[in-house]
Design a protein. Structure first.
Length: 139
């Protein structure tokens, strides 16, 4: 609520300053008549130079800040490897990358022939059952 009141106050103050500038502009235009456009142009040119100088300074500061932030790179830390193969089995590169992802990593995609493999595994498991129960489990 305080911020809202502060913003409202600043808007009123800005509007008041605009009205003062407008009234001053009208007074000067009435008092200088023919010379006022030349005076106003001179004022505008000086303001434009001042604005361009300030914006140039600000843009240079921004460029320097952006350059400083992008040029500093943090050094990479070398960690111990996650997987240490203490067996005689040599794993292929894709298998090692999956192992290095950790224990909680879950492969997201099933192999293309997973249904056929599942059917073959089920049939192999059914053949180990007694002859009388095989048809029940096949259904």
């Amino acid at each position: 609520m305080r911020i809202k009141d502060e913003v409202t106050y600043l808007h009123r103050k800005k509007q008041s300053l605009k009205m003062q500038i407008y009234n001053l502009h009208l007074q000067l235009a009435n008092s200088w008549l023919k010379f006022w456009p030349h005076i106003q142009r001179a004022i505008d040119e000086k303001l434009q130079k001042e604005f361009s100088l300030r914006y140039k300074t600000l843009n240079n500061k921004l460029a320097r800040l952006a350059q400083q932030q992008t040029s500093t790179k943090t050094p990479k830390h070398s960690f111990y490897p996650r997987v240490v193969n203490m067996t005689d089995i040599s794993f292929s590169e894709p298998k090692m990358t999956i192992l290095q992802k950790g224990l909680k990593y879950n492969t997201h995609s099933k192999p293309k022939d997973w249904l056929q493999t599942l059917a073959l595994q089920a049939e192999t498991a059914i053949t180990l059952l007694p002859q009388s129960e095989r048809e029940v489990y096949r259904k």
